[in-house]
Ligand binder design. Sequence first.
Ligand code: SAM
Length: 300
Amino acid sequence: MTKVTGLRPFYMMKLYSSQTINDIKTRHDFRFAKSLGQNFLTDRNIIEKIVEGSGIGPDDFVIEIGPGIGVLTKEILDIGATVTAVEIDSRLIPILQETLSGYDKFNVINQDIMKTDLNGIAEANKDYANIRIIGNLPYYITTPIIMKILEDRVPAASVTCMMQKEVADRIKAPAGSKNAGAISLAVQYYCDVTQIARAPKEAFVPSPKVDSAVLRFDVLEKPRVEVPDTKVLFDCIRKGFGQRRKTISNSLVGAGGTAKEDIKKVLEETGIEGSRRAETLSLEEFAAISSAISEGGFNG
Ligand code: SAM
């Protein structure tokens, strides 16, 4: 039975309007949890841009991270796609069951996304045209969520995420540029990255302190560079950027368990100047270093 507020059922309403959100808050005695990064989208244009830019079609299966009260979810369901949403806050489950009650292609799992078996969900739904992941991510765990999706190798045709603008700028910064960080290289190892929208802080209730941007990740069929051991590559990237002011002959010490004198040998062998800093290295150079560590047995 479809529940109603006023005269109209929820599936006919603008879920994204501040008025609807306030009405839901009052009736459910719901308070935003800052600790869970709860900033709900209220701008129709931005919601449309995200969903359009994600490439979701009617025959797709979508995993949504943190549906909130369902503003993005509703837009995706209106395309005809099937959605499984993962929401940590149990107070939002009855709200979602109400706001999306007119949709039979919607299902919500009350769980922490970091503990969710995304590959299991993808495997159970592999007969859909594409698996796609989408989410207006909680700010406090943006990077861990993105890294989990990529490192778990979830077979998603695209991953579309809203995040703080500064984090998006860092992620899309090309390797070798000043703004590049460990996350930029790690993400670019697995995928192509495109910014598809920006959202000022006023586009949310409550308003966060910073503006946001939406990135779309298109996962490559195989990683951008070939290395014998991804863990050693990621350890080099993490160590290199962990102490970005140090030269790589110092910051890479311990990467993949490699001793200082062996890092020197690795750098000589690869022809990479030890006086450089991590932010000047390309992904290919990190790959060469990590391959030399693995192949030279320095990590044993
Ligand atoms: N999608 C909604 C929107 O755009 O209006 C809400 C986005 S809000 C920025 C982030 C959502 O993620 C909240 O609903 C929050 O409760 C949920 N969340 C926070 N931490 C989570 C976690 N670890 N696992 C799953 N959901 C989480």
